[in-house]
Design a protein around this ligand. Structure first.
Ligand code: ADP
Length: 445
């Protein structure tokens, strides 16, 4: 195809052809007479007209289905016209291909996004969306594309947010179908009144935030009670109403001592929990001899019980347990201390290390007050107590089982709880096969 030559070229080509026809006709006139001259002129003009008409017809035909590859061929001026059309069509096609490629890339990127993306038109009808958005809003884009989003997400806060027109702050949208879903919704206007709606799942973050708030409130509350008692006694002693040396004064000092002990225990448990949470696995591990470990736990339990209970240790399957000795001692110690604290005087507490298939299990069974089934799933939550006053009276912090749960999780172990109100409880820490080694004699048995 020739390069474009412009309007001048069209005029010049036409003028040359017309001039040549006129020249030939004039020559015919001079040589053969006027009728030949006029005849030649008519024939020349007819040929020119026919060529134009046939090229025009080719152009009209092509316009019905224009494509770069099928632009007709022409000569003279028409060659110039067809070349220009060819270039233009090819340019448009290339641009279309580029745009399609950009669109495909954009859609596959939006499809892969972990957030929900919806494109809304000026009437807030859905134009396009990714699978995550379909899942979040429970919509089916094959069916729902073109529908107003407000008809599909019938939440008054969401509808008001869409209509607000000020989207600087995201909307926290709570949806509950089966399980709760909290979405952070952002709207970004673009183009001509179109909007990009972005939805991010913040359920976990919201839960953590609530837990954090509850935790701070709980700790403040737990510390406030003993501090109020302490400050009350200090006031009485300071203003001299009760002399420090008097029996009442000594009693006040004892109670103050109890309260400060309670605060210390709480802070120690909080520090233990924070250390457990700040690292993902036990700091150092070793094969711990179970009989030795449990003998220490047993001695501590007897000291805590001070003869009020019968405490029996039975290492049925001697061997080793791989883990962090200090953490394991703290977890087992908490289970045993709970058994002592929630078993009335004269009760029996049985500590057993036994083998269940290839697993190693440490069970603490007591004949204590027991726990109602509804409470069992929540016992390992921080500060969860069945009987608040009993826990306090016996020096509980409400963090013992949270610590146990943490330590066991770090050792890939599970906590199993069975209980009968008024009859007693069984707390079992179940360790996986790869953490336990039983002595050969036991394996054979
Ligand atoms: P606490 O310091 O209050 O004992 P824990 O986290 O150790 O906190 O235990 C949570 C709650 O579980 C206790 O407040 C108590 O109500 C209940 N609990 C734990 N162990 C026993 C048990 N052996 N018998 C009865 N109740 C128990």
């Amino acid at each position: 195809m020739a390069r474009p030559k412009g309007v001048g070229f069209v005029w010049m080509r036409s003028a040359i052809l017309a001039g040549a026809t006129l020249f030939v006709s004039l020559a015919a006139w001079l040589i053969a007479g006027p009728s030949w001259g006029l005849g030649t002129l008519a024939a020349g003009l007819a040929v020119l007209l026919l060529r134009h008409l046939s090229s025009l017809a080719a152009l009209v035909r092509w316009l019905d289905d224009p494509a770069a590859g099928t632009v007709p061929e022409g000569s003279g001026v028409w060659d110039h016209v067809f070349s220009a059309l060819y270039r233009q069509t090819r340019g448009t096609r290339e641009q279309q291909h580029r745009l399609t490629a950009v669109l495909v890339r954009f859609r596959s990127a939006a499809r892969a996004m972990p957030d929900g993306v919806l494109i809304l038109n000026e009437e807030n009808r859905i134009e396009w969306g990714n699978p995550t958005a379909e899942q979040y809003f429970a919509i089916d884009l094959d069916k729902d594309a073109g529908q107003p989003i407000a008809n599909l997400v019938r939440n008054p806060d969401f509808v008001a947010f869409l209509l607000r027109g000020d989207w600087n702050e995201p909307l926290m949208l709570r949806l509950s179908r089966g399980e709760e879903l909290v979405l952070s919704i952002r709207v970004v206007p673009y183009g001509q009144d179109e909007k990009l709606l972005l939805a991010r799942d913040v359920t976990r973050w919201e839960k953590l935030e609530t837990m954090r708030r509850d935790f701070v409130a709980n700790v403040s509350h737990e510390l406030k009670t003993p501090l109020t008692v302490l400050s009350g006694f200090l006031e009485t002693l300071a203003d001299g109403t009760v002399p420090v040396g008097s029996p009442r004064g000594r009693h006040a000092l004892e109670l103050m001592h109890d309260q400060s002990d309670r605060m210390l225990r709480l802070i120690e448990d909080l520090l233990t929990l924070s250390t457990l949470e700040s690292t993902s696995g036990p700091a150092s591990e070793a094969a711990v001899d179970v009989a030795n470990l449990l003998a220490t736990v047993h001695t501590e339990a007897r000291a805590l019980s001070a003869g009020r209970h019968e405490i029996v240790l039975d290492v049925e399957a001697p061997g080793t347990l791989t883990g962090n000795e200090q953490e394991l001692r703290s977890a087992f110690g908490n289970l045993v201390s709970n058994a002592v604290r929630y078993t009335p005087e004269g009760g029996r507490i049985q500590l057993t290390w036994w083998r269940r298939g290839s697993e190693g299990v440490f069970t603490v069974a007591d004949t204590g007050i027991g726990i109602e089934t509804v409470h069992i799933p929540r016992l390992t939550e921080r500060f969860y107590r069945v009987d608040r006053s009993r826990s306090r009276e016996t020096g509980g912090t409400g963090l013992g089982l949270a610590i146990v749960k943490h330590v066991l999780t770090r050792h890939q172990a599970a906590l199993e709880i069975e209980s009968d109100v008024g009859r007693g409880s069984r707390f079992s820490a179940v360790f996986p096969a790869r953490r336990v080694r039983f002595r050969p004699a036991v394996v054979a048995a």
